[in-house]
Design a binder for this molecule. Sequence first.
Ligand SMILES: [Fe+2]
Length: 396
Amino acid sequence: MQNSKGSMDFDFNLKTNAKFGAKKALRLAQYLKELSLTRPGVIVDGGIAGLEYTKNVLAALEKEPGLTVKIWIYDLRHEPDYDSLDRIKTMFLDASDRPVTDCFIGIGGGSVLDFAKGLATVVVNPGKAVQYKGFPTGIVPSLPTIALPTTAGTGSEVTYNAVFTDNDAVKKLGINTRNNYPTLAVLDPLFTVNSPMSVTVSSGMDALVHTLESYMAVQSNPMSRIFAREAFSMVFNNLYLVKDNPGDVEVRAKIQYGAYLAGISLINSGSGIAGALSYPLGVHFKVPHGIAGAVFIAHVIKHNVKTGYDYSELYDLIDGVDRTLPKKVKNEQFSEKIFALCKRLEVPEKLGGFGVNSGNVHLFLHEIDSLERAFAQNPVPFTVEDGKRLVMSMTP
Ligand SMILES: [Fe+2]
């Protein structure tokens, strides 16, 4: 399906209902009742479990009559892996290996939401979690999940994908089953307003990568691009503001909304080069996913502008720009504006800070051989050799 030219022949999926607004998380019990769910397993990010607002949200849930709430504070110091799923799922199973919960609620960043989605699958499917790696079919449908993102970026609250690392194979694969779209996303900016700037940047840049790559992916379609354009406007303009206004709930809410829109665009389109390159950097050098994509995105845009791809439509969405400029100038400036945002948010320009050097870069280069299909999503040619050249040019 190659619809980026605007052909009226495409599919579009959106299965997650959403509640937007400050203090919406305090109404979780009501939302569960509306869904006829009574036994939630709650996975809460350890980094926010002690915050007053999180405590209030959990207290409101626990005091609700008729609900049996089981909480696990997510304390993994690494990104989610299949081994941890095996270990934690036993908490949510009875002596006969039946789930004691009827749904999972994830309150946290992308890893926590992914973990909740993973648990929703493995508690109803026997054996080791790694058995369900990739895109499993013919399995028992996952339990419903409710996603409360506390960072704004991954879009996990609206996608069925859940990323897990296979520790033996040193690969990020995931458990991606199409019935695992969250049933409900609760987007409450009072969670994100407390995010440290490093987390805000990493997750926000993840959303920017999703926006740009899903916009230009060869598998994009007219409807996914509606979401990508609005996502770009929200994410780019408000990421620019957030550094000087970290406590501004309105700015936070708009980034969160943009990240959600970007997730919808992503699942109905495709990702691209920066997203693909982020995985080996994450697995081999333990770089958080958002930053790992962010270091490449401006270079991808620059390459595409040079090769003639047109971003003028997105350029016009940037606050304060001159919309009367010729397309060629808009494109050149667009590329510069992405570099400028990266600089403003202190996204590293080179890979040396992540521990990549001439002695170990082969680990990265080797993985690029398998990224050809992901690179093919880029709207203009970008070869495996181009990928290796880019990585080498960023290696000290
Ligand atoms: Fe991502």
